[in-house]
Design a protein around this ligand. Structure first.
Ligand code: IPE
Ligand code: IPE
Ligand code: MG
Length: 243
């Protein structure tokens, strides 16, 4: 089955930038009478696999929503287990990411995440900064609105320092003030877990993204689910407002 799906993919037309809202870890665990933590643990394994398969497919940018600005509303124990898991995986996967030429970057305000998590993630970014393969954006304490506000502050600063004039600000130039500076817009947004919403992810960047929603819970999102999403993307007719 997997081989068949992979064979159907046109490798000359893979989305350049894929963003994933990985959702459904908690429900996956609940169905099995496991604590939510188990769902996050299993979900992290899928992240590792999907990163590798995306890079193999030739996807240039992969953005994964690991922790939103709204996720602080969760119980403290869940927040800290999510942060711990992130550190654990970033640390044990670093050698592989290096070997696979993946460049790790972050989206979001890391200033308020636990110092241990911040240090591990920053190390992954600096150790892979010269890699030339797929860019893996890990969105942590990220929100689409806060990304835009962060960008607006950058613009205001550059205008007050006379680095740019107000007329230099365009829909295109503004992109470089976002956390995804110098990266292309999202081509394909995938959300697992059945909800049909974007939950404050990459709002500016997804203006013309193809949206793909699946009921598959994230811990069940194996490589064939990725291939299904890419195949569906390849069957979409992107018009960008034209005819
Ligand atoms: C997504 O799974 C993981 C993160 C938010 C990091 P959830 O924890 O939201 O899972 P559900 O939606 O409760 O099933
Ligand atoms: C979106 O999932 C955030 C991440 C995947 C990090 P949520 O589970 O937090 O989103 P809602 O609450 O269903 O909108
Ligand atoms: Mg959820």
């Amino acid at each position: 089955m997997q081989e068949n799906l992979l064979e159907q993919i046109d490798l000359d037309n893979v989305p350049e930038h894929v963003a994933i809202i990985l959702d459904g870890n908690g429900r996956w665990a609940k169905k099995r009478f496991f604590p939510r933590f188990k769902g996050h643990q299993e979900g992290m394994k899928r992240v590792v696999e999907i990163v590798e398969k995306s890079s193999d497919l030739g996807i240039k940018y992969l953005s994964v929503y690991a922790f939103s600005t709204e996720n602080w509303k969760r119980p403290e124990s869940e927040v800290s287990s999510l942060m711990d898991l992130l550190v654990y995986y970033v640390e044990i996967q670093l050698a592989k990411l290096k070997k696979n030429n993946v460049k790790v970057m972050t989206l979001g305000d890391l200033s308020i995440i636990p110092p241990k998590s911040k240090a591990a993630i920053e190390k992954a970014c600096s150790d892979t900064k010269d890699n030339t393969g797929m860019v893996l954006n890990i969105a942590i304490n990220y929100g689409g609105r806060s990304d835009i506000i962060h960008g607006v502050k950058g613009v205001v600063e550059d205008i007050s320092n006379k680095k740019i004039s107000i007329d230099d600000l365009t829909e295109i130039s503004f992109k470089d003030y976002l956390y995804t500076s110098h990266q292309p817009d999202i081509d394909l947004l995938i959300r697992s877990g059945g909800e049909k919403r974007v939950s404050n992810f990459m709002l500016y960047q997804m203006a013309y993204a193809e949206l793909y929603f699946t009921d598959c819970l994230w811990p069940d999102f194996k490589e064939d689910e990725l291939y299904k999403a890419v195949l569906e993307y390849q069957n979409r007719n992107r018009r960008f407002g034209g005819v």
